[in-house]
Design a protein around this ligand. Structure first.
Ligand SMILES: Cc1cc2nc3c(=O)[nH]c(=O)nc-3n(C[C@H](O)[C@H](O)[C@H](O)COP(=O)(O)OP(=O)(O)OC[C@H]3O[C@@H](n4cnc5c(N)ncnc54)[C@H](O)[C@@H]3O)c2cc1C
Length: 468
């Protein structure tokens, strides 16, 4: 396949005329203020920050369209910016240009309880959405550990603790409004549960990390809040036994809504951060959703299985405060890890493997990191075969980041060789470009590049991400 992929090669700093012109295109701010540039020049990864040349706040699909048409004509790079919580350098404007902030687009446009769907602007945050949906007895299920925007979550194909039951963004985005690099507005998908009309452009844009289009509206599936929810905690003597128990539970088809694994170090960090007193041992956390009787039966079935795998101290509760506190602590695990290492940053791996390989994959990661000098902890959405190693590095010592990246690439290569993927949910960004080639092969990456070349011929959308 012949490829002609335009690549922006050097940094673009906007002229004062270009900044002045952008100001005529949007009703919100166009800023070159240093602190605003700094806020948009970093994400939650350990990558060093890079400032954009200007930050443009868009307030509507039409404004996004005008900004992209102008930047395309002027060959100015554009990086869409949601909450900036991504973990692979996704929002870093390596080539300067515009950081296009969508957070002014924060309207919940339509809630349709009878159709179990909601339509939102891209800048709506997931927690605000759930607060509003709860008034209608509904919830949106995808829950990454950060309060991300729905546009950012769609763009990274995000998942979370409930994916085992309700799916990730890939299953829950029904339709999109998106703007192509030249300013063309497209609508993809329908508000239907099924759809078989032509190429699936919705799922092409979901997970494209702002490299193919800027999403301005998202239509999402919602679910009814379950009648009963209960959480359970169980400890294991070793990491391997906990992971094997989780795989067995999934294989048995028990209807778990959440199943998360935390190693002893992670539990220690979470205890300190969230004022808990969980036993510092490899731990599985569960959640069950359903009728009161169904929840009790599921919890009992899980108790019996985990005990066969050496699990002990099985405790479960349906008391709302205790359940929320436990899951809040799980969601805070990343911050707890950072707080335990003041002034440091973390590199988070994101491998996923077929369930049968999960125990082996976690053991490989533990062995590689155990032989290194860097503090780390392991946790994961084990029922999805997806786990994270948080490896701590000192931002004042860039050579440490290089060392840690070598270790994480070593783990990733081993996991790909087992039939796994380098990323279950965080995406490629700038950090996994080489891993993507190893995983899918150059021919498949060339197909991706040809799609990029068709939709963004000047290569202005988020250059330097997914491929070089
Ligand atoms: C503590 C913590 C826990 C996390 N846990 C999880 C987890 O469990 N699961 C998970 O999947 N992720 C997790 N993440 C990563 C992060 O929250 C997700 O990647 C999230 O989807 C990013 O959303 P955002 O709004 O912050 O996007 P940003 O970081 O702002 O952007 C992410 C990418 O999407 C692009 N983008 C943003 N908005 C748009 C748009 N409207 N149109 C087109 N492109 C756009 C950006 O250019 C960038 O490439 C976690 C992060 C942290 C800090």
């Amino acid at each position: 396949m012949k490829l002609k992929l335009a690549m922006i090669q050097k940094r673009v700093d906007l002229t004062s005329d270009q900044v002045a012109h952008l100001k005529t295109l949007v009703s919100g701010q166009v800023s070159t203020n240093e602190s605003v540039l700094d806020q948009h020049g970093r994400d939650e990864s350990a990558f060093p920050p890079v400032r954009p040349s200007a930050v443009v706040m868009a307030s509507s699909t039409q404004e996004v369209s005008k900004v992209l048409a102008y930047c395309n004509e002027q060959k100015i790079p554009v990086v869409a910016f949601g909450a900036g919580t991504s973990l692979e350098g996704h929002v870093l404007p390596f080539f300067g240009g515009v950081s296009l902030d969508l957070t002014n687009m924060n309207a919940i446009l339509e809630i349709r309880p009878d159709d179990l769907l909601v339509r939102v602007e891209a800048g709506v945050h997931r927690m605000a959405l759930n607060e509003r949906l709860s008034r209608d007895g509904l919830f949106f299920s995808v829950d990454p550990g950060a309060d991300a925007t729905l546009g950012g979550m769609a763009s990274t194909g995000a998942a979370g603790t409930t994916t085992v039951r309700y799916g990730s963004m890939r299953e829950n985005v029904l339709a999109l409004t998106a703007v192509l690099a030249d300013g063309t507005v497209i609508h993809t998908g329908r508000e239907t549960r099924k759809l078989s009309a032509g190429y699936d452009l919705t799922r092409l844009i979901v997970g494209s990390e702002g490299t193919l289009a800027v999403i301005t509206e998202v239509t999402l599936r919602t679910f009814g809040i379950p009648e009963k929810m209960a959480a359970a905690v169980v400890r294991f003597p070793t990491l391997a036994e906990g992971v094997a128990a989780a795989s067995a539970i999934v294989r048995m088809g028990i209807a778990i809504a959440r199943c998360e694994f935390l190693d002893a170090q992670c539990i220690k960090n979470v205890n300190l951060h969230d004022g808990l007193s969980l036993t510092e041992a490899p731990t599985l956390l569960f959640e069950f959703h359903g009728s009161p009787r169904g929840v009790e039966e599921d919890a009992q079935a899980v108790k019996e299985i985990v005990e066969e795998f050496g699990g002990s101290e099985f405790e479960w509760t349906s008391e709302e405060g205790a359940r929320r506190k436990l899951w809040q602590a799980r969601h805070n695990a990343y911050w707890a890890n950072i707080a335990a290492n003041p002034g440091k940053r973390a590199v988070s791996t994101d491998a996923a493997v077929p369930l049968s390989k999960l125990a082996e994959a976690v053991a490989v990661a533990d062995k590689v990191l155990g032989g290194s000098p860097f503090p780390y902890s392991i946790l994961g959405h084990v029922a999805d075969g997806n786990f994270h190693c948080f490896v701590v590095t000192d931002p004042a010592k860039p050579e440490e980041l290089t060392e840690v990246q070598k270790l994480t690439h070593e783990i990733t290569a081993k996991i790909i060789a087992m039939g796994g993927t380098c990323t279950g949910e965080h995406g490629i960004g700038a950090g996994k470009i080489d891993d993507l080639v190893v995983e899918t092969g150059q021919s498949a990456v060339n197909v991706m590049k040809s799609i990029k070349a068709t939709l963004d011929p000047n290569g202005i959308l988020n250059p330097g991400k997914i491929f070089r």
